[in-house]
Design a protein around this ligand. Structure first.
Ligand code: RIB
Length: 309
């Protein structure tokens, strides 16, 4: 195996303000929660940190604000091994996410994009090009859509493989979907992209049907993240299933980000798609056993031990 290919993540960086709750408050209602905790998060930053902790050579292209949260996020990324010279400082406040975590580990998230909304297409594309020879470009939907579209067009033109996490869920233009190599939705995101009223995935057969419909929208491959079921990769020739690992979930925040970061690292090392899916499934499985976003991400040795169990 030669040198791993370079990975660039273009996306958000948020400070996560996390509150454990017994249930979600109804409109007009006040309830009491547990102690608040602050964790470095943001889908882009989480995916970059996940990939770097697993040994990837990773840059994050992002914007933070000129405030203590922004400095803390950059420091957390550097500790994970992410290269941060393309994280800019905007005049807008650092993005924040208010996260309510329920007893079973499920969450409810509201994001205030702040500085993430200031990452414009020209700046993001120039930063991507400044990295030079890039193998994989990852993005999500917490930065402006025209930025993601421009970055993927540039990535494709330069021969890089693109990986889009369509989160938070929204409908997407055909031009963007056609520039995606790996589209990695969870069930609600798949339903939104397909225009379905609600997700109805009970098993791998349902997931395969949804993935085939998603393929017709333009991506080269669809990687369905199925939570407790595992994951499914479908392209025009092949199907690969990986069953989820049995773990005690305490907080599912960033499980999808752990998956995407690990998936990119494995592909960047030249592993097959099936191997990458199994590796990513394990990284996601570990992340749900710990609280927080970047605080829950596993290192390389841990994922390899987990896979040998
Ligand atoms: O995917 C998890 C992330 O979503 C959190 O870290 C939060 O910041 C939101 O962006």
């Amino acid at each position: 195996m030669g040198e791993p290919k370079r990975i660039v993540v273009v996306g958000s960086a948020n400070m996560d303000i996390v509150l454990p709750v017994a249930r979600l408050a109804a409109p007009g209602e006040t309830i009491l929660g547990g102690d608040v905790a602050f964790f470095p998060g943001g889908k882009g930053a989480n995916q970059a940190a996940a990939a770097a902790k697993l040994g990837g050579v990773v840059w994050l292209v992002a914007e933070v604000g000129p405030d203590p949260f922004g400095a803390a996020l950059v420091s957390s990324l550097q500790q994970a091994g992410v290269l941060t010279e393309h994280v800019g400082v905007s005049s807008r406040p650092t993005g924040c996410a208010c996260i309510y975590v329920l007893p079973e580990g499920e969450n409810s998230i509201v994001v205030s994009p702040g500085a993430n909304a200031a990452l414009d297409p020209r700046t993001a594309t120039a930063r991507l090009e400044a990295v030079g020879d890039v193998g994989f470009v990852l993005s999500q939907l917490e930065t402006p859509l025209d930025t993601v579209t421009a970055v993927f067009a540039s990535a494709r033109a330069r021969g890089a493989t693109t990986v889009l996490d369509p989160a938070p869920a929204q409908e997407l233009p055909a031009a963007l979907l056609q520039s995606v190599d790996f589209l990695t939705p969870n069930q609600p995101e798949a339903a939104t992209l397909l225009g379905d009223a609600r997700p109805v995935i009970r098993d791998f057969a349902d997931a395969e049907e949804a993935a085939v419909r998603l393929l017709s929208l333009g991506p080269k491959a669809v990687v369905m993240k199925l939570g407790a079921l595992g994951c499914l990769v479908v392209d025009r020739q092949e199907r690969h299933r990986a069953k989820a690992h049995q773990v005690q979930a305490v907080d599912t925040t960033a499980a999808g980000d752990a998956f995407n970061g690990a998936f990119a690292v494995a592909l960047a090392e030249g592993r097959t798609v099936a191997e990458a899916a199994a590796f990513a499934n394990a990284a996601a499985g570990i992340s749900v056993t710990r609280p927080g976003a970047q605080s829950s991400l596993a290192g390389r040795g841990e994922v390899e031990r987990f896979l040998r169990r």
